[in-house]
Design a protein around this ligand. Structure first.
Ligand SMILES: NC(=O)c1ccc[n+]([C@@H]2O[C@H](COP(=O)([O-])OP(=O)(O)OC[C@H]3O[C@@H](n4cnc5c(N)ncnc54)[C@H](O)[C@@H]3O)[C@@H](O)[C@H]2O)c1
Ligand SMILES: CC(C)[C@H](C(=O)O)[C@@H](O)C(=O)O
Ligand SMILES: [Mg+2]
Length: 361
């Protein structure tokens, strides 16, 4: 089997290197092939998703990605045209491989209960999944761009767009996901204001008739944001659009203690998936060996589970992550009094040691 490794930019390569150690240990016969994406793609091949990188992604059985983003030759990415932005490499990859279902689990490891920004009694037992639609919404809808009105004023346009079939496929994925868990699905939209979201709610409700064993509820995005921090343990699976899912998952990350704890899996119609931490390139801490690699390592667990059906090995990686936390290892983002502060590499080594000692018992 071939696994594409795309470290990307900033802390991406640092955390990916730790995830690769774990991947090699769990799948010693896998062939790993590296390719540049994002800023690294621009620097190596002149574009954020080089042709060779896309070709590798298409033939690989799975992709392990770090993160992409940063200024390009001193220019702020937020001011560059879409085709020249590092993040476009990732968007193009998600679109080209039709990776429409992005699973972002937010699980509280009990050892980190004191690291969360919320009170222990509010987050105790937290175990939810945000299922973010990944191929539609304002991210891809047309028309888009910055144009000029007849009265010579500039206007910026993005279009929130979802077809019925796009909503149907993510809804089926969401109900199936909930069915395998606590059978509760909350669909988050803005159907009180946006027509596209009225369609979203109607289609999700209709698909729900095929899953009578799953309890379906609906929330508007503003109320959902409030509920996520008021009583996060009420949620099992949340399904939502691309933009709301992007925002809600960063908020959910803090419930677990740090965005450095949140892995993700992006899947399409088959088992070939893209696995990446939810966090970005963290320019403020890049190059210092202080980033938390657990989100990247836990993304390997998701790969073992979803692309290769290796549930046991996935659980072993998750148990190893938990073991190092129980042993008191902490990167700076989750540091707590009395714990042992370690860097990115040391944390990766600790997980590897935990895996080795678990398999020798
Ligand atoms: N999937 C991706 O590749 C992805 C995701 C989000 C942001 N980005 C990009 O990353 C760049 C920076 O974006 P941002 O600052 O808004 O978000 P970010 O996630 O990179 O960082 C937000 C905060 O979280 C911290 N953080 C993030 N990951 C961490 C980790 N593993 N360990 C410890 N602390 C961590 C950072 O230091 C920062 O304080 C931008 O270019 C953005 O477009 C990429
Ligand atoms: C970097 C950016 C394109 C990306 C997104 O908005 O999807 C990121 O924030 C994420 O959450 O994966
Ligand atoms: Mg994001």
């Amino acid at each position: 089997m071939t696994i594409a490794v795309m470290g990307g930019d900033g802390i991406g390569p640092e955390v990916t290197a730790q995830a690769v150690k774990v991947l090699r240990h769990m799948l010693p016969n896998a062939e790993l092939e590296w390719a540049p994406i994002g800023l690294a793609g621009i620097e190596a091949r002149g574009k954020p998703l080089p042709d060779e990188t896309l070709a590798l992604a298409k033939r690989a059985d799975a992709i392990l990605l770090g993160s992409v983003g940063g200024s390009v030759r001193g220019l702020d990415e937020a001011r560059l045209p879409r085709a020249e932005r590092p993040g476009t490499g990732l968007l193009d990859l998600r679109e080209a491989l039709v990776l429409f279902a992005n699973y972002r689990p937010a699980v509280l490891y009990p050892e980190l209960i004191g690291a969360s920004s919320l009170r222990p009694e509010v987050i105790e037992g937290l175990d939810l999944i945000i299922l973010r639609e990944l191929n539609g919404d304002a991210y891809f809808g047309e028309p888009r761009g910055i144009t000029t009105t007849p009265s010579n004023e500039r206007v910026g346009i993005n279009t929130i767009r979802y077809t019925e079939s796009e909503i149907e496929r993510i809804a089926h994925a969401a109900f199936r996901c909930a069915r395998g868990r606590r059978k509760k699905l909350c669909s988050v939209d803005k159907a009180n204001v946006l027509e596209v979201m009225q369609l979203w709610r109607e289609v999700v409700t209709r698909v729900g008739r095929d899953y009578p064993d799953v309890e379906l509820s609906h929330l508007f995005i503003d109320a959902a944001s409030m509920e996520l921090v008021r009583k996060p343990t009420q949620f099992d699976v949340i399904v939502t659009g691309n933009m709301f899912g992007d925002i809600l998952s960063d908020a959910a990350a803090m419930l677990t203690g740090s965005i450095g704890m949140l892995p993700s899996a992006s899947l399409g119609h088959d088992h070939r998936g893209l696995y990446e931490p939810v966090h970005g390139t963290a320019p403020d801490i890049a190059g210092k060996d202080i980033a938390n690699p657990l989100a990247a390592i836990l993304s390997v667990a998701m790969m073992l589970r979803h692309s290769f059906g290796l549930e046991d090995r996935a659980a072993q990686v998750e148990a190893a992550a938990r073991a190092v936390l129980a042993q008191g290892y902490r990167t700076a983002d989750i540091q707590q009094p009395g714990c042992r502060l370690v860097g990115t590499r040391e944390m990766g080594d600790a997980v590897l040691d935990a895996l080795r000692s678990a398999s020798s018992h």
